[in-house]
Design a protein around this ligand. Structure first.
Ligand SMILES: C[S@@+](CC[C@H](N)C(=O)[O-])C[C@H]1O[C@@H](n2cnc3c(N)ncnc32)[C@H](O)[C@@H]1O
Length: 210
């Protein structure tokens, strides 16, 4: 089911990458979400943001850069999306500030980034989150988009119980993304386990803004 959601989103993004009006309308959908996320994580031009899951039209990465001037790297494990987004960024004159890598979120070296962002469609979310949390440096702010309760079955978010413990910003009701959770890596004793929900010590993660 979750893959059909990715397929639908991708199809709309291919259209947006070819049609300027549709691009502008679609970008509006993301604008308030990204503005909220910037506020939640205190993102500035000094940050380097890693976006997991950019699709053919990496709206989130583009808006992070436009709204803060931060450097952005986008990762996607779908090659056609990577080719399309690189072409789009070139057309928009943003290819020097926003890089696109063809890779799975699981395999990224994350220690060079101060912010890691997870798109709603990242799959399998818990696994990719766990791996990147292990790889990123202390103080890294991790932003995870969470779906509306009624749409949960369409995404690979499991119970989402763990993220409920994090500080969150709530988005407009008209969005599929209900909220974004902020997790800040504060220690090195992250325990590998089958479920991130077993991570329950507040001593080594902080919800405070950096
Ligand atoms: C269609 S996009 C939507 C994101 C939207 N364009 C944005 O800017 O926020 C979601 C993308 O996430 C990618 N994706 C899902 N799981 C992934 C993973 N584990 N690693 C890398 N990319 C992933 C999919 O290939 C898909 O292209």
């Amino acid at each position: 089911m979750s893959s059909s959601m990715v397929t639908v989103t991708r199809a709309m993004e291919y259209l947006a990458s070819r049609n300027r009006l549709f691009y502008q309308i679609s970008a509006q959908y993301y604008k308030s979400i990204v503005a909220n996320e910037i506020k939640l994580a205190g993102i500035t031009e000094r940050d380097h943001v890693l976006c997991i899951g950019g699709g053919p039209c990496p709206f989130t990465g583009i808006l992070f850069h436009h709204l803060t001037k931060a450097r952005v790297t986008v990762v996607d494990n779908d090659y056609s999306s990577v080719v399309c987004s690189r072409q789009l960024l070139k057309t928009l004159g943003l290819d020097r500030n926003i890089k696109v890598l063809f890779a799975d979120g699981n395999s990224i070296e994350a220690d060079g980034y101060s912010v890691v962002h997870f798109a709603l469609q990242v799959c399998p979310l818990e696994e990719v989150f766990r791996e990147l949390e292990r790889r990123c440096r202390r103080g890294t702010r991790m932003l995870v988009r969470l779906p509306k309760r009624t749409l949960k079955s369409l995404y690979s978010h499991g119970s989402g119980e763990f993220f409920n413990q994090c500080e969150q910003i709530v988005h407009s009701r008209s969005r599929n993304t209900a909220s974004t959770a902020l997790y800040i890596k504060a220690g090195s004793n992250y325990e590998k386990s089958n479920s991130i929900c077993s991570v329950n010590s507040t001593a080594w993660y902080s919800h405070a803004a950096v």
